[in-house]
Design a protein around this ligand. Structure first.
Ligand code: PEP
Length: 247
């Protein structure tokens, strides 16, 4: 049984006070049947970790793949561990599009995250032109195979993959439940080729304009184990409703 994950990606939003108010606001309102996570900007991680309820995990949105060194402006996995976050998003499409993230850097970051006992939430997904050209599976296979090349996975519960079709992120144009299931199932088949039976225990999330009004449709699918949510994770009531999707 894969425990569902509802993860918020706050992107470049929230000051420290806003984040702490969020933590207080969700306190006592999150279920135990899902793992609830918020991925916040680096600068507020430590304060947030100290204030969240025990059933809300905190993650970062990126990290460097070096331990330390002359990499101005970067944050290392060691520094993330120091804040006591447990998760880190890797390869988000915004980082691929604006900050030169590649399958190769994703691969290096995944290995580093696992080395430091951080759970990577690895984002994959096609852009609209690739979907329209019938290349979705080809793109996903490449991102999975290169992103997880030579990755040693002891515990499959420590790896999360998020299928995020780029055309559905922040656009309000969510993928249909069928598209999400088809892609997540395909991703699991690719993961099986790399990790064998362990692929059955890897959580695969759908992300792209998920809201309290549509989350149930996605969660009803056998291969969709949760959601990665941007915009709708920012407000307390909306995040609480997403996490309590069964109610
Ligand atoms: C995201 O940023 O990962 C995301 C899915 O955003 P949104 O929910 O706003 O589409």
């Amino acid at each position: 049984m894969r425990k569902p994950i509802i993860a918020g990606n706050w992107k470049m939003n929230k000051t420290r006070d806003e984040a702490i108010n969020f933590a207080l606001g969700v306190s006592g309102r999150l279920p135990n049947y899902a793992e609830c996570i918020v991925c916040a900007p680096f600068i507020i991680l430590r304060d947030l970790v100290k204030r969240v309820p025990t059933n809300l995990a905190v993650g970062a949105q990126n990290m460097d793949y070096h331990d330390s060194g002359a990499f101005t402006g970067e944050v290392s996995p060691l520094m993330l561990k120091d804040t006591e976050v447990t998760h880190v998003i890797i390869g988000h499409s915004e980082r691929r599009a604006y900050y030169n993230e590649t399958d190769e850097s994703v691969n290096l970051k995944v290995k580093k995250a696992l080395e430091y006992d951080l759970v990577p939430i690895v984002c994959v997904g096609e852009v609209l032109a690739e979907r329209e050209a019938g290349k979705t599976n080809e793109v996903l296979a490449r991102q999975i195979n290169e992103g997880f090349k030579d990755v040693n996975l002891d515990n499959p519960e420590n790896l999360v993959v998020a299928y995020e079709p780029v055309w559905a992120i922040g656009t309000g144009k969510n993928a249909s439940s069928e598209i999400a299931e088809e892609a997540c199932k395909f991703i699991r088949t690719e993961l099986e080729k790399i990790f064998g039976n362990k692929a059955n225990d890897i959580r695969i999330l759908y992300g792209g304009s998920v809201k309290p009004e549509n989350i149930k449709e996605y969660m009803a699918n056998p291969d969709v184990d949760g959601a990665l949510v941007g915009g709708a994770s920012l407000k307390v009531d909306s995040f609480v409703a997403l996490c309590n999707y069964k109610d």
